[in-house]
Design a protein around this ligand. Structure first.
Ligand SMILES: CC(C)(COP(=O)(O)OP(=O)(O)OC[C@H]1O[C@@H](n2cnc3c(N)ncnc32)[C@H](O)[C@@H]1OP(=O)(O)O)[C@@H](O)C(=O)NCCC(=O)NCCS
Length: 190
């Protein structure tokens, strides 16, 4: 399946290549990057995650793309859209839930890159795929990620807060907030 690249004013969201493996391993092993996740990832865990990313692209033709700044930095992390594999109140059997996510190297924070990459991904979700809604989720304390969601016009309703089914009862990161963006609210400002 042909995997599209998405171009923004500064960034290129591109398919993964073998040279991304080592920087992706380093990204997932960074405690600052992973502070809102249960743990940093080992090399084997990152390779397993990469296999799931490739499988998603192979099945759907979209997924989380590598964020690249052509001419400046080949690998800045990932941004993209995918179908979560767990079940929660917002995952609908009749119309598979589409989630947007981002993870960038700290040197790329504070420049609007996550927001630009997210806008490219949302344009793809709504204009190319015809999605009716995209959601995003994180722990309440992940203020940087929540700020990205808010910049995108995503809305949080406390009634949507939920316990992540992949984390055991009592885990400090189990509680999650959910942000929703219906197609009608997406403003394509790139
Ligand atoms: C979440 C994450 C991607 C957010 O990155 P970020 O750099 O804060 O977000 P953006 O790329 O949208 O950048 C916004 C910042 O860039 C600034 N900025 C500079 N130029 C900008 C531009 N052209 N457009 C928009 N913002 C710009 C904004 O003012 C804002 O600054 P502030 O943080 O001081 O308020 C990053 O913190 C991360 O990778 N965290 C670890 C992984 C993670 O937790 N992922 C989410 C899991 S749910």
């Amino acid at each position: 399946m042909q995997i599209p690249s998405l171009r923004g004013p500064r960034l290129l969201l591109r398919p993964w290549q073998d040279t991304d493996i080592d920087p992706f391993v380093a990204l997932n092993a960074d405690p600052v990057v992973m502070q809102h996740f249960p743990s940093v990832l080992s090399r084997d865990e990152t390779l397993a995650s990469l296999a799931r990313i490739h499988a998603h692209f192979a099945t759907h033709g979209y997924g989380v793309w590598v964020v690249s700044h052509p001419g400046e930095a080949d690998f800045l992390g990932f941004v993209g859209i995918y179908h979560p594999t767990f079940t929660a109140h917002f995952t609908r059997p009749e119309a598979p839930c589409l989630e947007i996510a981002w993870r960038l190297v700290p040197a790329a924070w504070g420049k609007g890159y996550a927001t630009e990459g997210a806008r490219l991904s949302l344009r793809h979700a709504f204009s190319v795929l015809g999605a009716d809604e995209v959601v995003s989720l994180t722990v309440p304390s992940n203020e940087r990620s929540r700020a990205v969601m808010q910049r995108l016009g995503m809305q949080h309703s406390p009634a949507d807060d939920f316990d992540h089914p992949r984390l055991p009862e009592g885990h400090p990161l189990r509680r999650h907030v959910l942000y929703r963006l219906p197609r009608s609210r997406f403003v394509d400002v790139l």
